[in-house]
Design a protein around this ligand. Structure first.
Ligand code: PLP
Length: 454
């Protein structure tokens, strides 16, 4: 069986624009029962409102993945020589359309956003090593850049002689202008003493706290200010926010497909704009295709399981069972997460961490100050408590209080925010479970100092 047939529903086209084989005469919208069945491998005892961390993969896509794995094991040589590359090209073609890249050769499939960052940063590191960039040239990144990516910047760029500058972003944030102002300040700092800013690393959606960043505006500021290259870390983007890479205008753009695009772990795309600067990019794992361009290099990095990269057409079949496809899913998730966030904030007497238009399918919601979250360790331990005692899975962000901010309207200031996600499998009860768990803790006089004494 063609793995893509596992969930054929009749309304998809293949990478060549050919209509997919029809299993049903007319496309029908997926029902609530069918959604529940697609995610019936989820632990039913857990209110899982953390799609953001590890994503989710429906059964039909997992079945298609298993078919690909069987294809490989059935006749490995034929698979490697005849099926793998056309399959990867097909997946890349779908991604190209979804992100509006100009050419499929601008799209490579890699394991994850961490790998994509290593590819870009290794390239920058060589520019320092080969004297194209000078010692002391600057690289700008957001203070809220993902921890692993920050480490990668230090490992590849700072070590090679780059001067790393962090953009200090406000949180809670009330407008895009606040971000633009801080970004401009950081660029000025980067350019001080005649330095060149060689690279800006900009998140499309920051992880913790989660905020949608105006990447298009920041990229165009980079162009005005003479920044050499822009890399957008959009690990959370595909299936979550609109992506038009030509409109955004960055040199490099990566997103995981396993977070918000229903792919099995792990697969990400790395877009590299066709220009001389990007032509020297290489996969850090060097294999037979070295020198033949990043998409081919990435498509053969030794013997391994490529099935997660091959199921993109099956993911398309899955999302096209929903009204409006992935766009419809994205829009409804956003509306729902804002609605649920407002219910929680109202119940707890707190607020959202950003205006709704700076939320995606995730929202930050202030926790009652009386919980006494006073460190990242508290936040982590409270998260474990919610998991272990209330069966709620949600990440918690610790926000250091600003100077003098101890009391707010007679209540303790908000020092912790939950990051709630909404995905197609979520129901209102998941959020009410969280609301009630927090209410119980507050009612019982719980304070994080009690966790430390445990
Ligand atoms: C902004 C951001 N960048 C990079 C990553 C790394 O993704 P992965 O672990 O799939 O490589 C994440 C993961 O959550 C992220 O949120």
């Amino acid at each position: 069986m063609d793995p893509d047939d596992c969930c054929k529903n009749g309304d998809s086209a293949d990478a060549n624009g050919q209509p997919a084989k029809r299993q049903r005469p007319t496309p029908t919208t997926i029902t609530a029962a069918e959604i529940a069945e697609e995610f019936s491998h989820h632990d039913p005892s857990v209110a899982r409102i953390n799609n953001g961390s590890f994503g989710s993969c429906p059964k039909s896509v997992l079945a298609a993945q298993l078919e690909w794995q069987h294809r490989f094991l059935r006749q490995p040589d034929d698979f490697y020589f005849n099926q793998l590359q056309p399959g990867l090209l097909r997946s890349r073609s779908f991604v190209k359309e979804l992100i509006n890249a100009a050419d499929v050769d601008e799209v490579s499939l890699v394991d994850n956003a961490t790998t994509a960052a290593a590819i870009v940063l290794q390239h920058v590191s060589w520019a320092f090593a080969e004297g194209i960039f000078c010692r002391g040239d600057a690289v700008v990144m957001l203070h809220y850049a993902y921890g692993a990516v920050k480490k990668s910047i230090h490992a590849y760029v700072a070590r090679a002689g780059g001067h790393v500058i962090e953009v200090h972003l406000p949180f809670p944030v009330s407008s895009v202008q606040e971000i633009v102002r801080e970004f401009r300040k950081a660029l000025e700092l980067g350019k001080a003493n005649g330095r060149r800013v060689r690279l800006a690393v900009i998140d499309h959606v920051t992880s913790m706290p989660s905020v949608v960043i105006p990447v298009k505006v920041l990229t165009s500021i980079c162009r005005e200010e003479g920044v050499d290259q822009v890399f957008v870390d959009a690990a959370h983007a595909i299936g979550n926010v609109e992506i038009d890479v030509q409109d955004i205008g960055a040199d490099f753009y990566t997103s995981n497909l396993h977070k918000w695009f229903f792919s099995p772990p792990s697969v990400a795309f790395l877009y590299t704009k066709k220009c001389s600067a990007s032509s020297g990019l290489h996969h850090p794992v060097v294999s037979h295709e070295y020198g033949n361009g990043l998409p081919l290099e990435s498509g053969w990095i030794g013997t391994r399981d490529y099935s997660s990269q091959l199921v993109v057409p099956s993911v398309m079949n899955f999302v096209n069972r929903f009204e409006g496809g992935i766009e419809g899913i994205r829009r409804r998730n956003h509306e729902k997460v804002v609605e649920m966030g407002n219910i929680l904030a109202e119940a707890w007497g707190t607020h959202l961490g950003s205006p709704p238009d700076m939320c995606c399918s995730m929202a930050m919601v202030g926790l009652p100050g009386s919980l006494g979250i006073s460190s990242e360790k508290d936040a982590l331990e409270l998260r474990s408590l919610l998991r272990d005692e209330f069966r709620v899975e949600v990440p918690i962000y610790y926000q250091r209080p600003k100077d003098g901010e101890v009391v707010e309207d007679g209540n303790s200031a908000v020092t912790g925010y939950v990051r709630i996600s909404h995905q197609v499998y979520n129901v209102k009860d998941d959020y009410l479970r969280l609301r009630d768990a927090v209410h119980k803790l507050v009612h019982d006089g719980f304070n994080c100092t009690m966790l430390q004494s445990k």
